[in-house]
Design a protein around this ligand. Structure first.
Ligand code: NAD
Length: 483
């Protein structure tokens, strides 16, 4: 099938922090893939800004090395890479000082989309926004893109929002949570809102509980400094898991339009009940094949969690009485992100079966092998009477994509193109981020209590035992974490 490219207008994408890890690892390789797909119009340019004293040629060398290291199969195509590198420019800018801004202003063109990607520490968001505005580099239609972490609590998020709002309208601000750019996350909305099958069952009459798991096999070595002052709740729950929860639980928006979708997500966050202390389990990975968490962060006394499991509830008509269990951790059994919807058991048995052991389960896998599977109870084949067995109806999207030229668009590719297009649907709005922190702050406060020492867990496991108990005590069990 031919790839389906929605054309975008010619643009100048300015990347502050253009020499940084995120730019080299994600942004440049993503742009190269969009370039290969034919989505970068002939005049589109990428203008990297950072502190290093480089010129265009020096930056193109750096970009070529990044693409060689982090690019996909397209990096093998030397002509393609060379043509892409021609689109790159570099200006040395000190974002907290005066140097470089006049040069940046001079290079910008009228009548093209201007997008400014703040791939820098959050403390620099305000100074950059201010200079873009005061030096008339940003126009009324320009967009700014900001990375996570967007604050570390409600007060700091409000501070960041205020520093951006002083110079930009909300319609110009794109707060990235790359989870929202994942193919399956959008498919979650398609499954819910484009099928007759699920939405009538999507409530407390038919759903027993929902699990959201984001498990990683990596540890925190290399980012210990940042992570040890942050922990899994701030690093993962407030943003990624919260977004997945919102999309799973929200009411259907009247239309698939940015503010309508975000209004519905916001209502979910506001309806989340405070989490009780006994519904929070913290863990920290012990030494195993790899060093312990405490070794990784070089802090032998650390009580920061590398794992958290939570039981939460949403106080709405639809979700009253349905627990949402969230868990995320490092150095776990497998790399796996999944939303699992466990339906209630049937009220009456006619086959003599154990009703508790046969339930419909819908799981939406973000990674690996993104796709959806629905566990359905059927008769076991062969003689021997009516024996029942649960079988998955499995839809792995990678199999579909193999037939479609546009295989595997990465989250960053999609999100950057949405910025150029001016579509904010998959970006977090300021009020949404603040509401998420307002819910998360008390959880962090409970965890900071002196008696909340994380339980050690084995590397390559499902996390600490208490996390299993969180469900066992209610007669439920976590879905197996599979890579
Ligand atoms: P980094 O430290 O590798 O790069 C920082 C960049 O900012 C460099 O290009 C540096 O030159 C530039 N910079 C710093 N101070 C400057 C100044 N005064 N003037 C001009 N330029 C300046 O950081 P990173 O890992 O690329 O992360 C950037 C942002 O993205 C951070 O907010 C980070 O939390 C976020 N983020 C990073 C990743 C990742 O995978 N690296 C993932 C998610 C979010």
């Amino acid at each position: 099938m031919a790839s389906r490219i929605i054309p975008v207008d010619t643009f100048d994408l300015v990347i502050f922090g253009g020499t940084g890890d995120l730019a080299r690892r994600k942004i440049l390789p993503s742009l190269l893939r969009r370039f290969r797909a034919g989505q970068m119009p002939p005049g589109a340019r990428i203008i990297a800004c950072a502190r290093a004293a480089l010129d265009d040629a020096g930056y193109r060398d750096l970009a070529a090395r990044s693409i060689a290291e982090f690019g996909g199969a397209e990096r093998e195509d030397a002509d393609l890479v060379a043509a892409f590198l021609d689109r790159l420019h570099y200006i040395a800018v000190d974002v907290t000082g005066d140097g470089g801004w006049a040069e940046l202003a001079a290079i910008m063109r009228p009548d093209v989309v201007r997008a400014f990607y703040f791939s820098v520490r959050p403390e620099l968001f305000g100074p950059i926004a201010e200079r873009l505005h005061l030096r008339d580099i940003a126009e009324d239609e320009s967009r700014i893109v900001v990375e996570k972490p967007f604050g570390r609590d409600l007060a700091s998020a409000q501070g960041l929002n205020a520093s951006l709002a002083a110079h930009f309208e909300e319609r110009q601000i794109y707060r990235i949570d790359h989870y929202l750019g994942k193919e399956t996350v959008q498919n979650l909305m398609a499954v819910r809102f484009a099928n007759m099958l699920f939405e009538p069952l999507w409530n407390n009459h038919y759903i027993d509980h929902i699990q959201i798991t984001v498990a990683e096999t990596v540890g925190v070595a290399g980012r210990g400094n940042y992570y040890d002052g942050t922990g899994a709740i701030r690093d993962m729950v407030q943003n990624h898991l919260m977004q997945l929860l919102c999309l799973t639980a929200m009411e259907p928006p009247a239309q698939f339009e940015a503010d309508m979708v975000r209004d519905e997500k916001l209502k979910v966050i506001r309806a989340l009940r405070p989490v009780a202390p006994e519904d929070i389990v913290l863990g920290q990975y012990a030494a195993g094949a790899d060093p312990s968490y405490r070794d990784d962060v070089a802090n032998p006394e650390s009580s920061t969690e590398s794992f958290v499991a939570l039981r939460c509830t949403i106080g709405t008509w639809r979700w009253a009485g349905v627990p949402f269990y969230l868990r995320t951790g490092k150095r776990m059994k497998a790399r796996s992100s999944e939303i699992t919807v466990v339906f209630q058991q049937l009220g009456h048995r006619i086959f003599g079966e154990d009703l508790a052991s046969h339930r419909n389960v819908l799981s939406i896998r973000l990674q690996p092998n993104d796709g959806i599977d629905l566990r359905v109870t059927v008769k076991e084949r062969g003689p021997g009477g009516m024996r029942l067995v649960d079988m998955p109806l499995d839809l792995t999207f990678a199999d579909m994509e193999a037939d479609q030229g546009e295989a595997g668009v990465d989250a960053y590719e999609r999100l950057i193109m949405d910025v150029i297009r001016g579509d904010q649907t998959l970006f977090m709005r300021g009020d949404e981020v603040e509401a998420a922190w307002a819910w998360t702050d008390p959880i962090v406060a409970i965890c900071a209590g002196h008696d909340r020492i994380p339980q050690f867990y084995e590397q390559g496991s499902n996390g600490p035992d208490d996390a299993l108990m969180l469900l066992h005590r209610e007669g439920r069990r976590w879905r197996e974490i599979k890579g």
